[in-house]
Design a protein around this ligand. Structure first.
Ligand code: ATP
Length: 253
């Protein structure tokens, strides 16, 4: 089935679209085999969350937008799953909040780095960082810690969707403010984030962009208030509660 053949009114449309894009990503050399496994885990959590954006995830997306707009050097870290699932939406968000795009892979190979950078350029990116690899996040095994010195290395705010727990912790320890997009509220990455967005990247990335557009003319004090009003632990708890209480058949508590 090609992407355009998936009927939009299919009850599992998002899930079929996701599978299709990840499969195409693997074929194009963008997504790794481990990425397929991560996808499976994400799909299970999305099912449990009701395949929708919880109100708490929407609040997190708004706090993320305010954080990005207030940042000095925001960077959006792109891995193989993100590039396969939301290339255009990622480029658009980076443009709206004036963030750099940096390819950052758990299993770094030059070939896959290039394939992802090309894919992002095909979807409108002008500059893609990550290929220089002249910086390092301390506390990680060398290959896992490689970043661009003037990209993630110098960033104050980093968006890290579907990030591995060790790297999320190391980024936080390096003083970065992290915005994590992850469907599993129990995973270490969202638990170390200043702003955990418990939602599918397919929905979360365009949602952050929409909030960023809405907050574009807000004053610094208004943006700060959005960030201060957001409670990461409450957002994680709301998602856990939704899963426990079977929100897929009802409303979020
Ligand atoms: P950790 O190391 O953080 O404790 P983990 O080992 O589960 O957790 P990985 O397997 O490296 O982490 O990353 C996969 C994560 O990405 C999972 O938590 C999964 O739920 C999430 N994920 C997969 N697909 C999506 C998606 N489309 N949108 C958001 N999150 C996703």
């Amino acid at each position: 089935m090609t992407e355009t053949e998936i009927p939009e009114d299919h009850p599992r449309y998002a899930s079929l679209l996701t599978r299709h894009r990840i499969e195409a990503g693997v074929e194009k050399g963008i997504t790794s085999k481990q990425g397929l496994i991560a996808q499976g885990r994400g799909e299970a959590f999305d099912y449990l969350l009701g395949e929708r954006t919880l109100p708490s995830a929407d609040a997190a997306a708004r706090a993320a937008a305010a954080t990005l707009l207030s940042a000095e050097r925001p960077v959006f870290s792109v891995n193989g799953n993100v590039a396969a699932l939301v290339p255009e939406e990622t480029v658009e968000l980076a443009r709206v909040v004036d963030a750099d795009l940096e390819v950052n892979l758990f299993n770094r190979t030059e070939e896959r780095m290039e394939a992802i950078a090309d894919h992002l350029r095909e979807h409108g990116a002008e500059e893609v960082k990550g290929l220089t690899g002249d910086g390092e996040i301390p506390g990680l095994e060398h290959a896992r810690g490689i970043v661009d010195a003037d990209g993630i290395g110098a960033a104050d705010v980093v968006v890290v969707p579907l990030e591995d727990g060790d790297r999320a912790e190391a980024l936080a320890a390096a003083g970065k403010t992290e915005i994590v997009i992850d469907l599993n509220p129990g995973s270490r990455s969202p638990r170390t984030a200043a702003v955990p967005i418990i939602d599918n990247v397919l929905r979360a990335v365009p949602n952050v962009t929409a909030h960023a557009r809405d907050l574009a003319d807000a004053s610094p004090a208004e943006r700060r208030a959005v960030v201060d009003d957001f409670d990461p632990n409450a957002a994680l708890e709301a998602a856990e509660r939704a899963i426990r209480e079977g929100s897929f058949s009802g409303d979020e508590a």
